[in-house]
Structure formats: structure tokens, C-alpha cells
Design a protein around this ligand. Structure first.
Ligand code: HPA
Length: 279
């Protein structure tokens, strides 16, 4: 990676992108920035007084390349609180660097967000998980073997971030409390982030199980690493859209992932809205 590339996705570039967004959206004091995963875009429709800016108009952002991702940054109210919503993310399997995948986190931080909520679609590695289950992310395994902090230390970021609690324990409790209040059951577990774009082989899923993973996906980890470096609090939910490969005989298919995400959407939206209202 060249120094030039680093500068395009570092703190200074994030400030420029944030200025462009602020001009369009009039951001004040967001209580959280929310990243929407595949098939979980319905939450964007719950935002009131919404203003939107397409990713194509934000310096350093890219058009989203995946079905089920919209590609816009939204500012508005959710659960009565001001939020920023990233509807669409940049995946490393699209050819983006870890730095580019995590760049939107630097931008929402520059816009004043100090809490990051991430969501994703994931395969269930734990055998008792069923499609449609929602899992609070308690911890992660970075099996992408890339780190978005490689390169020059960015102003305002910790060079060697402590990773003993990147998923803020207090926010995990708040998610559980929010779900309980609306009668939704949440699972809790470890998210393994892999590069993709292939789904895993059955042997890889058995390996993940032995490594302590409960769910597997292709995103999220770079974003939360940058959040940790910035001192942000982080929380997240994985929507278990399928049994990971080999757990049942069924082959995996992206259309199914998006469809199950959409079906679990009502519970997901309810939990996140209740959570945000408690922040
Ligand atoms: N593996 C990796 N990523 C995924 C899966 C899976 O089984 N399901 C949804 N995203």
C-alpha cells in the first residue's frame, strides 16, 4: 500500500468527506452511527426527518457493488434520537483495502458519532443457531489477516489499540435489555470475519467451530478495529441468514441470505430502534 493510498482513506480525507456531508445534511449531535448489513436495509425506512446523500457524492466513498446494499448516508431520527446511517458498506472481497472498508467509520467519527452500531448477515457456525436468529456480537476473530491500521498512525487514533473489549460490554447489555423489552430473543456469540467472496467449505466451518466462532461473515471487523483506534464504543448484531456450509446439506446462495435478512428485519429493526432510544 502506498502512502498516497493511505492519505486517501486517513483522518484528513475523513474530515474532507465529513465537511461535504455536513454541508448536505446538517448533522448536529448524532448519538450513534449505524452500519446496515446485507438485507437489513429496512431500518433506513424507520428513520424520520431523513436527509440522504448518495455515496457517489461523498469524497472517498464508492458506489456499492452488492445487491441488497443501497449506497447512501442518511441523517435523521430513530427512536427519537439523531443518528447517522450508512446504508451500504465497502467489502474487501470487492477489491477494497481494509483501510477503504473502514473509511466510513473515520467519516462518521469526524461527524461527531462516538458510538458505532454495526449489523451484518452471517452464517451460523454454532449448530443450535437457526436462520433468522439475531446474535449480539460479543467478540470477533480477525481471519481476514488484514488490518486497517497498517500504515502511518492517523492523528487522533491509538497506534496499538487495546482489543480486550472492542465490543463495549455496557452496550451488549443495553441491546439485550432493549430486545427483552419488545419480546425478542437474542443469541450472543463470536463473529469470525473472513475475506470471502466464497462461502466457506465444510472443513473451514469445522475449523471455525474449533476456533471458537459462532457466526461467520465477510465484513465488520475492519470497521470495528478503526472504531477501537478512535476510542469509539461499538455494538453489533449478526443476522444469522443460513447454517454455515456443511452444517446442513443445503447449498448457500446470496439471494437466500438477503431474503432471510429481510424476514428477520422486523425484529432487527425493533431491537435497534429500542437500543438507540436508550443511548
Ligand atoms: N458465510 C460467510 N458470510 C456469510 C454467510 C456465510 O455462511 N452468510 C451470510 N454471510
Amino acid at each position: 500500500m502506498t502512502t498516497e493510498h493511505q492519505e486517501e482513506v486517513g483522518t484528513a480525507a475523513a474530515r474532507r468527506a465529513a465537511d461535504a456531508v455536513r454541508e448536505r445534511l446538517g448533522v448536529h449531535a448524532p448519538v450513534a452511527a449505524i452500519v446496515l448489513g446485507s438485507g437489513l436495509g429496512a431500518l433506513a425506512d424507520r428513520v424520520t426527518q431523513a436527509n440522504r446523500v448518495p455515496y457517489a457524492d461523498i469524497p472517498g466513498f464508492h458506489a456499492p457493488g452488492v445487491v441488497g446494499h443501497r449506497g447512501e448516508l442518511i441523517r435523521g431520527l430513530l427512536g427519537g434520537r439523531e443518528v447517522l446511517m450508512l446504508a451500504g458498506r465497502f467489502h474487501m472481497y470487492e477489491g477494497h483495502s481494509a483501510q477503504a472498508a473502514a473509511f466510513p467509520v473515520r467519516v462518521v467519527h469526524a461527524l461527531g458519532a462516538r458510538t458505532l452500531f454495526v449489523s451484518n448477515a452471517a452464517g451460523g457456525v454454532r449448530r443450535t443457531f437457526k436462520p433468522g436468529d439475531l446474535m449480539v456480537i460479543a467478540d470477533h476473530l480477525n481471519l481476514m489477516f488484514r488490518n486497517p491500521l497498517i500504515g502511518a498512525a492517523q492523528p487522533g487514533e491509538t497506534r496499538f489499540p487495546d482489543m480486550s473489549a472492542p465490543w463495549t460490554p455496557r452496550l451488549q447489555g443495553l441491546l439485550e435489555e432493549s430486545a427483552k423489552a419488545i419480546g425478542v430473543t437474542l443469541q450472543r456469540g463470536v463473529y469470525a470475519g473472513l475475506l470471502g467472496p466464497t462461502y466457506e467449505t465444510p472443513a473451514e466451518v469445522r475449523m471455525l467451530e474449533r476456533l471458537g466462532a459462532d457466526a461467520v461473515g465477510m465484513s465488520t471487523v475492519p470497521e470495528v478495529i478503526v472504531a477501537a483506534a478512535l476510542g469509539m464504543q461499538a455494538a453489533g448484531i449478526s443476522c444469522i441468514t443460513n447454517h454455515a456450509a456443511g452444517i446442513t446439506a443445503a447449498p448457500l446462495d446470496h439471494a437466500e441470505v438477503v431474503e432471510v435478512g429481510a424476514r428477520a428485519g422486523a425484529a432487527f429493526c425493533g431491537v435497534v430502534e429500542a437500543f438507540v432510544s436508550r443511548l
